[in-house]
Write a protein that binds this ligand. Structure first.
Ligand code: FAD
Length: 262
């Protein structure tokens, strides 16, 4: 895709942070809009908010997540989730939270930069959500990597509106049997999970004509984007150390260094 070839252009990276904020804010609005906070999903949301507070690349999203976390019990009391009153509480919760914007009052802005599709119904939120997850993965410490992994798995399982996506993702999560104890393991797991989705969609989108024609799926990164990620003479064999280095820099330092003010 053409965005990939522009990766060294700092403008594109700034736009990626813009979309990480947009995705965070949109995710939160969807959760409220669809009344997805229930007694059984409440803990997942708290866990994910804790991850955002500590590691969101945007300062204003960290701040908003912290405020929400601190006031969570007041906004969404845990002790009154009786079946009949649940709806009422959530409606009230929406009322109380209506003016609460998790990444500050400028977000959501209603558009996408890095994740902008060539049509209105492609890319956008789902792209932004991936970029958010990858950005979080490279920021966690070794000792937090497994907790971060389960926070991401549970968040997607409880709050991603795409039913097919959450099921596929949950299966990939469930196939992890040994707890991660390195950031590297989590980062590479997420990268590989994303590539499995890309691989499946490569076939599906070409046969169904869905997807964004200007942004065809491919196994990522391309050789052009990261030549050192590939072992010599092989297109399929990854140099996983190099892939990790690349991801850490792509979603880590570059996002961070060009986004001082936020
Ligand atoms: P995306 O796949 O959204 O990727 C966004 C950007 O991330 C790319 O432009 C690229 O810069 C980078 N990137 C690409 N691959 C990788 C990688 N392996 N590692 C790191 N960075 C990468 N859609 C379905 O139809 N079926 C599904 O089952 C499904 N599951 C999903 C599960 C999750 C958790 C999410 C967040 C989305 C899922 N989607 C699914 C949506 C789908 O993956 C895409 O987000 C959507 O089709 C838009 O694609 P895109 O071209 O914007 O690129």
């Amino acid at each position: 895709g053409h965005l990939e070839s522009n990766v060294s252009d700092t403008g594109q990276i700034v736009h990626a942070v813009y979309d990480v904020e947009e995705a965070t804010s949109t995710a939160f609005d969807i959760i409220l809009e669809h009344k997805m906070i229930k007694s059984e999903t409440r803990a997942s949301l708290i866990k994910f908010l804790q991850l955002l507070v500590a590691h969101h690349p945007s300062k204003r999203c960290r701040k908003g997540s912290a405020e929400l976390l601190v006031n969570f019990d007041e906004l969404l009391p845990p002790d009154i989730w009786s079946a009949k009153r649940q709806e009422f509480i959530i409606v009230n919760g929406k009322g109380a939270l209506k003016n609460f914007q998790i990444c500050g009052k400028e977000v959501p802005r209603g558009n996408w930069m890095f994740c902008r599709g060539s049509r209105n119904d492609t890319r956008g939120f789902s792209c932004g959500l991936w970029v958010l997850l990858h950005s979080l993965s490279v920021r966690v410490e070794d000792g937090e990597s497994h907790v971060a992994f389960t926070a991401v798995c549970e968040f997607i399982h409880s709050f991603f509106i795409c039913e097919e996506c959450r099921q596929h993702f949950y299966e990939m999560c469930s196939s992890v049997s040994t707890p991660f104890n390195k950031t590297r393991d989590f980062v590479l797991w997420l990268w590989s999970a994303h590539n499995k989705v890309n691989e499946r969609l490569m076939k599906e989108e070409s046969s169904l004509g869905t997807g964004d024609p200007k942004f065809p799926k491919f196994i990522w990164p391309s050789k052009q984007l990261c030549p050192s990620c590939f072992l010599a003479r092989s297109r399929i064999d990854w140099d996983r150390d190099e892939v990790f280095k690349f991801l850490a820099s792509y979603y880590g330092k570059m996002l961070l260094s060009t986004h001082k003010g936020h």
